[in-house]
Design a protein around this ligand. Sequence first.
Ligand code: FAD
Length: 369
Amino acid sequence: MIENDEKKCDINPPVGGGGADYLIIGQGICGTMLSWFLKKENKSFIILDDDREHTASKVAAGIINPVTGRRYVSSWMTEELTSFALQSYKELGVYLNSEFIFQKDIIDIFPSAQMRDAFVNRIAENNTFLHTYPNQNDFNPIFNYDFGCGRIAPAYLVHIQLMLASWRKELFNLNAIRQTTFEVSKLKVSEEGVTYEDINAKKIIFCDGISSMQNEWFQLLPFSAVKGEALIIECNDMPHNFIFKKGFMMAPHSVENHFWVGSDYQWKFEDAAPSEAFYKKATAHLKHWLKVPFNILFHQAAIRPATIERRPFVGFHPLYSNVGILNGMGTKGTSLAPYFAHQLVQHLVYDFPIMEEASVQRFSRTLSK
Ligand SMILES: Cc1cc2nc3c(=O)[nH]c(=O)nc-3n(C[C@H](O)[C@H](O)[C@H](O)COP(=O)(O)OP(=O)(O)OC[C@H]3O[C@@H](n4cnc5c(N)ncnc54)[C@H](O)[C@@H]3O)c2cc1C
């Protein structure tokens, strides 16, 4: 069990320049969860993060959906990952005097009779996350829909941007973060540890999202960058108690009456900027779907650090035992990051093994070239 009253055991050793156990690059969801579990183990660390604007974690909706794809297949390890994520986000919320995770079931508004039939068939096959929705006309005042709706439950929403910002503030209080761009030319790696400017640490761990695709230690890993875009809209008549889905997802944002609408999956793209094509498609979709008025506030895009075989990259380089990575969370950073950050910390502190399917050791041969 993870304890909830972390603040009471205020025994984190001082961090900052000079000596630290770990040097972490990046404070997205991976760097955040890794540093949180290190703190719980009273290990010292220093994070370097450049606070760039459109990272995957800053653009993500933060949805934890127990099913995947058009066939509603249960997501990989969904029960184990979700219950661990739930506990972790609650606990971090208690520590930071805030609340980051909420159960928000998904109302799946069927776009076609075929999709409705697929949903109903999966219920008949005993998929425990899919449920009929009793009052089919409940959402008639808000949405245009002809084929009914179902409920995907339990699903969760993490206010990921709020959480990252709150933890960042605490990291500054702890003198455990520097807002700077990491430059590999300044890093010295030896068998004893790593040195970066005035920082000496035992190990460095890269949590730098898509930057790891250019990283000289890990660039040979089978990454697959996937661009995604989203709109933030304002809508005063939209209920906050569900996530709605019809082609796009619509999830309540941490700001009242603001909703996240997205996303898409682009494997081929020219740059990371928001595209006109997505804007047009999403706007047309919303105009057709919503009966209530809305305003588009922002249009965002980011590149997901996904992997070809859809499993994360966790652990240490086979030739450089002081160089590690926590990455490759793809489309599911919200559910995967807490579990695998915790596993990496357990490995560091107690030498516990990292799950084979996620360990970078599965690419030992590739990384040893
Ligand atoms: C549109 C969209 C929607 C999504 N929706 C969901 C969702 O609903 N649910 C879900 O589970 N997942 C979702 N995802 C996926 C999820 O966002 C990612 O899996 C996750 O955010 C990856 O986190 P990360 O920490 O690995 O990387 P990042 O979030 O990219 O963090 C990397 C950090 O490293 C820093 N950094 C990078 N290079 C350097 C450097 N050289 N020096 C200093 N700092 C550096 C960056 O500033 C950043 O803070 C979505 C992604 C997108 C793009």
